[in-house]
Design a protein around this ligand. Structure first.
Ligand SMILES: [Zn+2]
Length: 295
């Protein structure tokens, strides 16, 4: 089964991870722009980060046969930093027009401040302007209120539900997203906290597969870039059929991000050709000459 991980922060992962992901069936992924685990101190730090997502990281993924797509936006946390927030949003158009950018994101609420709301509203406007869907992060604290607040802001922005993916859902928020909106519902499967594979299988049993998406949300914290394939295994053990699973791990994310008009669907089914002699701006992923076996 071909797998699409629609939310994974590969800049924080190793080449071993890429190798394991490709072996487990991951053909394509989306890397949303987010924060660095500590506050950035200058706008230039965002410039280099965004450039690395659309440049080096795309190249690195291709070297393991994985198609790498991105979402670009100002993350919720740093929307609260007046030293960078306005300027970062002003320069987003530079990346929003790039080919591999398939949504604005991840944007949304963290502490649910006024500054976060203004940042989210401005980025909905940019998404309209560039014809892109939006990937929304929901807060880890006070998640239910954060989800309701997110829905209110979508309405306030007059943004179409079908073009919004509300991420990091759980048992409490999923019925709200499915029942009160036409947004897509993402679920991040983590090793110890929040949603796990079993709980996800139970949710699919209960709610079906329409608008349901799963991801690993792996980053530099305790997380696992193989959580989507692992969830597939648990869903199968749970008796969920392959057609339903395939819809969740391939069709749904592809349909959602295809709304950007920037997914080449024929190309997406094929892995990028791996050529280890290839370079990105004169750098390769090799360290020295490759060793030929038998010598
Ligand atoms: Zn994330």
């Amino acid at each position: 089964m071909k797998i699409f991980d629609p939310h994974v922060h590969m800049t924080s992962r190793t080449t071993d991870d890429y190798e394991a992901m490709a072996a487990a069936g991951i053909v394509a992924l989306v890397e949303p722009a987010f924060w660095l685990g500590q506050p950035r101190t200058t706008v230039g730090s965002f410039v280099d980060y965004f450039n690395s997502l659309v440049g080096w990281e795309r190249f690195r993924a291709s070297q393991f046969g994985i198609r790498h797509l991105w979402t670009i936006g100002l993350n919720p946390k740093e929307s609260n930093n007046p030293k960078v927030a306005g300027e970062v949003i002003d320069m987003l158009p530079r990346w929003l027009e790039k080919d591999g950018v398939v949504a604005v994101g991840e944007v949304g609420y963290d502490d649910q401040t006024e500054a976060e709301e203004q940042s989210l509203l401005r980025q909905f406007e940019l998404a309209k302007e560039y014809g892109l869907p939006v990937l929304i992060h929901t807060p880890h604290r006070d998640k239910k209120r954060g989800t309701l607040h997110t829905i209110e802001t979508i309405r306030q922005a007059g943004f179409p539900d079908e073009r919004v993916l509300i991420d990091h859902n759980n048992e409490e928020t999923l019925p709200i997203v499915l029942g009160e909106t036409k947004c897509w519902a993402g679920h991040s499967i983590y090793p110890h906290t929040k949603m796990d594979e079993k709980r996800m299988a139970v949710l699919v049993d209960k709610y079906g597969s329409d608008r349901i998406i799963v991801n690993s949300a792996a980053d530099w914290g305790i997380s696992d870039p193989l959580k989507v394939p692992k969830t597939i295994d648990v869903m199968r053990q749970h008796g969920i059929g392959d057609a339903t699973i395939e819809k969740i791990v391939w069709d749904n994310p592809v349909t959602f991000f295809a709304q950007s008009g920037r997914l080449d669907l024929a190309e997406l089914h094929e892995r990028p050709v791996v050529s280890r002699t290839e370079k990105y701006e004169s750098n390769s992923i090799l360290r020295g000459e490759p060793v030929t076996s038998g010598r």
